[in-house]
Design a protein around this ligand. Structure first.
Ligand code: SF4
Length: 365
């Protein structure tokens, strides 16, 4: 029940106000043994592909006449999408919702050739913000299909990235969602077979799926390099380090963010006693703190760090003042902005959109 000692929560966008039990009430419900502390994962948050895609929309808003349409969520984060909407971006599900001749930005998750064609048919101007690491998987799909291979695409049916990659070679591709499907999938020729994957999967589960496939199809070829991207792997490696010590892990990220959802699963698998995902600090339930000494915190690759800072502030209010960053890798990857946008920026004399377009490690959105 609300009391006079409830703790206010800072949130970056309008939310339904909620009053919390006070730290004293939580402590009375379940005392904590040992010192309270936070282990903060690094790397966490924005990856190079997300940063590039968000900047692409920001720059398009600056340099093109409104409206700027964006097909699908530019990245899977509610806060980022709301902020861009507030600045004038119009998010649509499909290109046929964009009036003929207007500008549309393709999201970081990539699009199939059918979507590109549909945009061309409508004379749309396009900016392709597909992450270069997703484009790499698209190119692999095209190349291996042309060489007569059948592709087993490990990924989640219905995810935009999988739809885009599948669309590069639909007649040659079968989606394998999980290890269970690897046990039953049928192929045409087991000697002309390669696996590819979505970029944001659990590394461990994907390897399990591949192992099952290889037991069934010994001549299965590997992709030329890892499809699961550096950002996904690094964020999972960091939470694996923290999880065994954590009574609770909080992952900041949206429910449709594959890599954020995977982080909760990985944390639980590696020994966290509890794990929850939240979009915003005010979704954290103070009941999660009952009896909890060590809290692990991380965030998905589409999450601006300001949202993590809000969670840390809330944790400090509940006595988790000792906050240590556990660094398992350094990241310095930056991608150039989409070529259509670079040309436009050059034309306008805007030199701020160099590689990455933003100062390294500045994760404010
Ligand atoms: S998570 Fe990986 S593949 Fe996805 S946008 Fe980020 S870097 Fe690119």
């Amino acid at each position: 029940m609300p009391t006079s000692t409830t703790v206010p929560v800072s949130v970056p966008m309008p939310q339904i106000p909620r009053q919390r039990r006070s730290p004293e009430e939580v402590a009375a419900a379940a005392p904590v043994e040992g010192a309270k502390r936070v282990l903060l994962a690094a790397p966490r948050g924005y990856c190079a592909g997300v940063d590039r895609a968000v900047i692409a929309v920001e720059k398009a808003l600056e340099h093109y006449e409104a409206p700027v349409y964006v097909r699908k969520e530019i990245v899977h984060n509610r806060h980022v999408v709301s902020e861009l909407e507030a600045r004038g971006a119009v998010f649509v599900e499909e290109t046929d919702e964009v009036p003929e001749g207007e500008l549309v930005v393709f999201s970081a998750h990539g699009v199939s050739p059918a979507v590109v064609q549909s945009a061309e048919d409508r004379n749309l101007q396009t900016i392709d913000a597909t992450c270069p690491l997703v484009t790499k998987v698209h190119r692999e799909a095209v190349r291996f299909a042309r060489q007569g291979n059948e592709i087993l695409l490990i990924g989640h049916t219905g995810h935009e990235e999988v739809e885009g990659t599948y669309g590069e070679a639909p007649e040659a591709t079968t989606v394998v969602n999980n290890p269970a499907e690897a046990r039953t999938v049928e192929v045409k020729d087991p000697d002309k077979l390669i696996w590819l994957s979505q970029t944001t999967l659990s590394v461990d589960e994907t390897m399990e799926t591949v192992q099952i496939l290889r037991e069934r199809f010994p001549n299965l070829q590997d992709p030329p390099s890892d499809d699961i991207c550096y950002a996904t792997s690094n964020r999972q490696a960091a939470i694996k380090e923290i999880a065994p010590q954590a009574d609770l892990v909080i992952v900041v990220g949206s429910s449709n963010s594959s890599n954020s959802v995977r982080l909760v699963e990985v944390a639980l698998e590696y020994g966290a006693k509890a794990g929850h995902r939240v979009d915003f600090a005010n979704e954290v339930d103070e009941a999660w703190f009952e009896g909890v000494a060590t809290v692990g915190v991380t965030s998905g690759a589409s999450v601006p760090d300001v949202l993590v800072q809000d969670v840390l502030k809330l944790l400090a209010d509940y006595g988790y003042v000792d906050q240590e960053e556990i660094v398992t890798a350094e990241e310095d990857i930056l991608f150039s902005l989409p070529k259509e946008l670079r040309a436009k920026l050059k034309e306008s004399g805007d030199s701020s959109g160099g590689p990455g377009g933003r100062v390294k490690n500045n994760q404010e959105s």
